[in-house]
Design a protein around this ligand. Structure first.
Ligand SMILES: [Fe+2]
Length: 158
C-alpha cells in the first residue's frame, strides 16, 4: 500500500498509534451505521413513523461521521480500513440484529453510543497530549453531538 507523506508536524509513531485507534472507531461507526439501517427497516409498532424517520436521520449523520474519520486518517498520511472483513475483524460494539421493538432499538443505540463515547474520549486525550488539534477537535465534535443524542434518546424512553 502506497501512503502519502503528509507534513503536518506530527510525530510518526504517534500518527501510527492514533490511526490504530481511529480505525477501530471507524470499524465501530460502520457497524453502528448498519445497525441503524437495520433498525430503520425492522422497527414496528405505534411509533413506527417517528422511529423509522429518526433512524434514517441517524444513519445519514453516521455516514458523514464515517467519512470524516476515514479522511482524518488519510490526512495523517495513513490508510483507513474499508472492507467489511476488516470492519468485522476490528469492531468492538455489538451488532444489532432483527430488532423490531422500538424501545429495544433505542436501548441498543444508547448502549453503542456509550461505547463510542468512551473511545472518542480516549482518542481525544491521546490527541491532546500530542498537540494533534485536528483529531482532538473532531473527537470533541463527535462527543458533544453524541452526548446530546444520548439525552434525547434517554428522554424518549422515560
Ligand atoms: Fe428508507
Amino acid at each position: 500500500m502506497e501512503t502519502l507523506e503528509i507534513k503536518i508536524g506530527l510525530n510518526e509513531d504517534y500518527k501510527m498509534d492514533v490511526t490504530n485507534k481511529l480505525n477501530v472507531l471507524l470499524a465501530d461507526f460502520q457497524i453502528h451505521y448498519m445497525n441503524l439501517r437495520g433498525l430503520h427497516w425492522n422497527v414496528k409498532g405505534r411509533n413506527f413513523f417517528l422511529l423509522h424517520e429518526k433512524f434514517e436521520e441517524l444513519y445519514n449523520s453516521t455516514n458523514d461521521v464515517v467519512d470524516e474519520i476515514a479522511e482524518r486518517i488519510l490526512t495523517l498520511g495513513l490508510q483507513p480500513l474499508h472492507t467489511f472483513e476488516d470492519y468485522l475483524g476490528n469492531k468492538t460494539i455489538a451488532i444489532v440484529k432483527n430488532t423490531s421493538n422500538g424501545d429495544d432499538a433505542v436501548n441498543s443505540i444508547l448502549n453503542n453510543l456509550n461505547l463510542l463515547l468512551v473511545q472518542e474520549r480516549e482518542i481525544m486525550e491521546m490527541a491532546s497530549d500530542n498537540n494533534d488539534e485536528g483529531t482532538a477537535s473532531l473527537m470533541s465534535d463527535l462527543i458533544s453531538e453524541q452526548e446530546k443524542l444520548t439525552w434525547m434518546l434517554t428522554a424518549y424512553l422515560s
